[in-house]
Design a protein around this ligand. Structure first.
Ligand SMILES: [Zn+2]
Length: 49
């Protein structure tokens, strides 16, 4: 049952513990992206909580 611990960790630290913000227009993304979906800028800042 070695996967149980990983499942618990996933539950305790959900994927929304980080966010991404376009450095040009400030659009907030809820997941990683190669470029901003709003303006197409390719420099996305990543933040962790
Ligand atoms: Zn942008």
């Amino acid at each position: 049952m070695s996967s149980l611990l990983a499942d618990v960790k996933q539950f305790l630290r959900p994927s929304d513990s980080e966010l991404y913000e376009c450095r040009r227009c400030g659009t907030i993304l809820d997941k990683a992206a190669d470029k901003c979906p709003s303006c197409g800028f390719e420099d996305i800042a990543r933040y962790e909580f």
